[in-house]
Ligand binder design. Structure first.
Ligand SMILES: [Fe+2]
Ligand SMILES: [Fe+2]
Length: 338
């Protein structure tokens, strides 16, 4: 039997927790929250409490004054209006729709209006026109790590697939077109690939197991709905490398919806986009009580939003979905415990 920590045991044996576990200079926007991950347990190293914000899935088109430009700008303005400001912003992929330089450039110009530093990982819509060339030019490395106030942050490129285009004689535009499909049968399952797995193993080798860890990927690190690449094919290897840590918070884009799962030491949460909400796939959800409401088709902003994650000194996280319109069930609106 796998060795489990006291925190993990408590997480498995507790389905609901309520109260405020925060100390320090900030407080979550909610007075109570929906507890899914267990109760506070001081097994990890202490964190100096802070908040960070997240945006994702803008899907900008090469069309002047497209409404998605305004939605990303709204997310940026929302984060800039937070008081206190978050320490930094993470962006979880799909800045562009078709990987065009013009889309990524426009995205960067909007994100550059953030008052704080931001760090980006790619989505499939950013990548497959030129295999990440333009994206790297604007946003740098597609995988990275940094430490902030006691937390180790890791970002990875989870949208890599084996070459399906060379033998088929596809042009870059055709390759991008295939990858733009939500359900591309010929594209194969995404993953981070062996190079990033090696990098990850090396990156965390000397990081002690009681270090709080946050991982950002475009796709979930569990099999949610593989047909839509709501998965990462080498997630089992990633989870195995991260298993030594007492607690890991994993955050992902791509699904454009509220979704949560907990696998062992990993709490995983999906994000709202600033473009459109995807429907829930036809599978049983691990936590159906947090399913967001069906959006109002007459309201273009329904189902969109930005996010803030508040971390306590015991590395208990509250994810606040900062919705543009009101589609969240009350328990999620009060904040999701990670
Ligand atoms: Fe997306
Ligand atoms: Fe995506």
């Amino acid at each position: 039997m796998e060795k489990i920590s006291r925190r993990q045991f408590l997480g498995m044996s507790t389905t609901m927790a309520a109260g405020t576990l925060f100390t320090g200079t900030f407080a979550p926007t909610a007075t109570s929250f929906f507890g899914l991950g267990g109760v506070a347990e001081a097994a990890t190293k202490k964190v100096s409490p802070f908040t960070f914000a997240i945006l994702t899935d803008a899907h900008l088109y090469d069309i002047a004054d497209h409404k998605f430009d305004a939605f990303l700008a709204k997310g940026v303005a929302d984060i800039n209006a937070m008081n206190p400001l978050p320490d930094f912003v993470l962006y979880a992929g799909d800045i562009g729709q078709s990987g065009k330089d013009s889309e990524l450039k426009k995205g960067k110009s909007i994100l550059d209006k953030l008052k704080m530093k931001y760090t980006v990982i790619p989505g499939e819509h950013d990548w497959y026109l030129d295999m990440g060339k333009a994206w790297r030019g604007y946003f740098g490395d597609d995988h990275w790590s940094f430490d902030h106030k006691g937390v180790h942050f890791i970002g990875m490129n989870s949208i890599l697939v084996p070459d399906f285009w060379t033998m088929a004689g596809l042009t870059p535009l055709e390759r991008m077109g295939r990858m733009e499909e939500l359900e591309c049968h010929k594209c194969g399952a995404w993953g981070v690939g062996s190079q990033q797995l090696e990098w990850l193993a090396k990156d965390v080798k000397n990081v002690s197991p009681d270090t709080p860890v946050v991982v950002l990927t475009h796709s979930p690190l569990w099999d949610y709905y593989p047909r839509w690449n709501f998965q990462t094919s080498d997630a089992p290897e990633i989870r195995s490398i991260l298993r030594k840590f007492d607690k890991v918070i994993a955050i992902h884009g791509h699904v454009h919806q509220v979704i949560y799962n907990k696998l062992g030491n990993i709490s995983s949460a999906g994000l709202l986009s600033t473009s459109w909400p995807w429907p829930y796939p036809p599978v049983e959800l691990p936590y159906p009580t947090i399913k967001m409401n069906r959006v109002d088709p007459g309201n273009f902003e329904d189902g969109l939003g930005s996010h803030a994650v508040a971390l306590s000194q015991d590395f208990d996280g509250i994810l606040n979905y900062r919705e543009f319109a009101h589609l969240l069930p009350d328990n999620v609106r009060r904040g999701l415990k990670l």
